[in-house]
Design a protein around this ligand. Structure first.
Ligand code: AMP
Ligand code: MG
Length: 330
């Protein structure tokens, strides 16, 4: 039996998970909620530094064989806190460190919890900081087939919610607002920006802000925003499914908690005759369990570092492994 502790600290959430051979033993987290405006890196890092040690204590109900941590991609100051805490823990416990690519981890927890087949999925990764359509491509591993050209979908929803005075995270509150608009009646027009396999949300956000300033109803704006934003994503995903011939669509990341988003993907998948799978809500947003799980998969391959080899990277693509860079493999 192998026990892995996982530390997540790439953005708002500080999470700690403990898994034993793929089974969840503990899952604790605390989210930094900016009082106003978006995330401020130094404030988020201070939050993580404050809550981190307590969360580790709570989650460590069994001695881990290794400490896994999010090594990339993310906000530098936040990654630093998680990396240093993981390093200190590994030193104290006398166990190795396992660095994890956060984006790959979202995919792996999705696959693990839904039974999706790695080689047969088109994954839709929609979170506060990312919007990407990803699939495996031969020996190249995970590849991005399409992505946002500017802001991420979660970020767009959070920004719009902020305009309406709704506190972070705004996505779920905007969802409730949109529901209140009902499904009958005209849909307000919004820019629909799909460029090849990529999409853009910033123009839509500006447009929605102007509509609100003109006195348009928040419910109707929220509904139209969701309908357009999700339809763009479904369109690009459908094209990726058609191009790749894959048989499953896997939804991962915090925005997947949105009911309407899942329903729209369900409809497209049914019409195309492919399977639609979504990561369970408790593992959709950033969490420590997914890092522990990915850590376990890598621990079994021997992808371990000595505590002094710890490091992190703000940017990393979904086909890169931080282990290779930190261990000097490639
Ligand atoms: P993550 O970055 O993966 O931790 O996911 C956080 C993002 O998910 C934030 O932008 C949230 O607003 C968004 N989110 C969470 N729940 C919902 C929901 N029900 N509808 C839309 N967005 C959501
Ligand atoms: Mg994430």
């Amino acid at each position: 039996m192998t026990v892995i502790l996982g530390i997540e600290s790439t953005a708002h959430t500080f999470g700690v998970g403990l898994v034993e051979d793929g089974r969840v033993l503990a899952n604790h987290e605390d989210m930094h909620r900016p009082v106003e405006g978006g995330i401020r890196p130094s404030e988020a890092a201070t939050h993580h530094r404050e809550v981190g040690p307590e969360l580790v204590k709570k989650a460590m109900i069994k001695r881990p064989d290794a400490v896994a941590y999010s090594a990339s991609p993310g906000i530098g100051s936040c990654l630093k806190v998680g990396t240093e805490l993981a390093q200190k823990l590994a030193e104290e416990l006398g166990v190795p460190l396992v660095p994890v690519n956060h984006a790959i981890s979202h995919l792996e927890i999705g696959i693990h919890t839904t039974g999706a087949k790695e080689d047969d999925v088109v994954a839709v990764y929609v979170s506060g900081g990312n919007t990407q359509i990803i699939a495996r491509s031969g020996v190249k591993g995970w590849q991005v087939f399409g992505e946002t050209l500017d802001i991420a979908l979660g970020n767009a929803l959070d920004k719009l919610a902020r305009q309406l005075g709704l506190p972070h995270p705004g996505g779920p509150k905007l969802e409730k607002l949109a529901e209140r608009a009902g499904t009958s009646g005209d849909l307000l027009d919004m820019p629909y920006v799909v460029k090849g396999m990529d999409l853009s949300y910033s123009g839509m956000f500006t447009h929605a802000t102007r509509m609100l300033a003109r006195g348009e109803s928040p419910e109707r704006v929220a509904r139209a925003f969701q309908e357009h934003a999700f339809a763009m994503l479904v369109e690009v995903t459908e094209r990726a499914v058609a191009h790749t011939g894959k048989g499953q669509v896997l939804l991962v990341g915090g925005v997947v908690q949105n009911r309407r988003l899942r329903d729209m993907f369900d409809i497209m998948c049914r019409e195309r005759g492919v399977k639609c799978l979504a990561v369970p809500p408790e593992f959709a947003g950033d969490n420590g369990v997914m890092i522990a799980h990915s850590g376990w998969l890598r621990f079994r391959k021997g992808w371990m570092l000595k505590p002094e080899q710890a490091g992190y990277f703000q940017k990393m693509r979904v086909n890169e492994e931080p282990y290779n860079l930190l261990a000097g493999q490639e």
